[in-house]
Design a binder for this molecule. Sequence first.
Ligand code: MN3
Length: 249
Amino acid sequence: MQPMTRRHLLQWAGVSAATLVLPVGCSAGGKGEDGKKGEDKRGDTYPFTLPKLPYAEDALEPHIDAETMKTHHDKHHLAYVNALNAALKDHDDLHKKTLVELIRGLNDVPEKVRMAVRNQGGGHLNHSLFWMMMAKDGGGDPKGELAKAIDTDLGGVDKLKDAALKAALARFGSGWVWLVFNKGKLAVRSSANQDNPLTEGDTPLLGIDVWEHAYYLKYKNLRADYVKAWWNVVNWNDIAERYNAAKKS
Ligand code: MN3
C-alpha cells in the first residue's frame, strides 16, 4: 500500500473519459509504474486494494473526528474493497478493467455481478475520491476558474452550499451529494447508496458522503450539522484540479 501523494492527486485529476484513474496506492502492487506504453495503466484494476488516507486520522478534527475516520476507512472502505474482489474473483474478463471503467460502463457489466460492482465498486471509488476531497487545512473559498464557474452556474459558493444541504436532506436513507461537471456546466446532484455520477455520464468533482456511518458517532442523527461542518475540511485545491482537468477533456 502506498500513500497518496500530490502526484497521485494530479493523476486522479485527469478525468477525461479515457484517463480517469485512481491513485497508484489503489492498484495492485503499483503495477504499471514500469510498463507504461502511452496510455496510463496505473488505474485501479483487480485485485483492488485499500488506499492509505492522505493525512492522519485526526487531521480533520474537530469537524470529522478521528474515530469516525478510522472506522470509515479501515472498516467500511475495506469492506467494499474485499467484497468487490470476492465478486470479481471468477470473472477474468473483468480483471483488466479499471475501477472507473467498471463504474462508467456499469450497464455493460454482466448482470450476474452488476449489482456487486455497482454497490461495492461504487463504494470503493466513492471513498477513494472522498478522502482526497478533504484536507487538513481545508475550507475557505474556492479560487480561480472554479470559483468563477460556481458563480456563473450556481450563483456563488453560498448557493452551492445551500443546494448541497437541500440535496443531502432530501436524500432518504444512504447516499451521496455531488458537485458534478457535464457539458461545460456545474450542477449539484445526489445519488442513492454507492452510485457514482460517472454511470450517469457526469464527472464528479466534489462528493459528500451522507451515509450515517460518515457522521453518526459525532453528529448522531443531525445530518444537516455534519454537512454544514463538512465545508470546513473541503479540499478546494483538489476540486479545482479535477474541474480544470474535466474542462480540458
Ligand atoms: Mn462512507
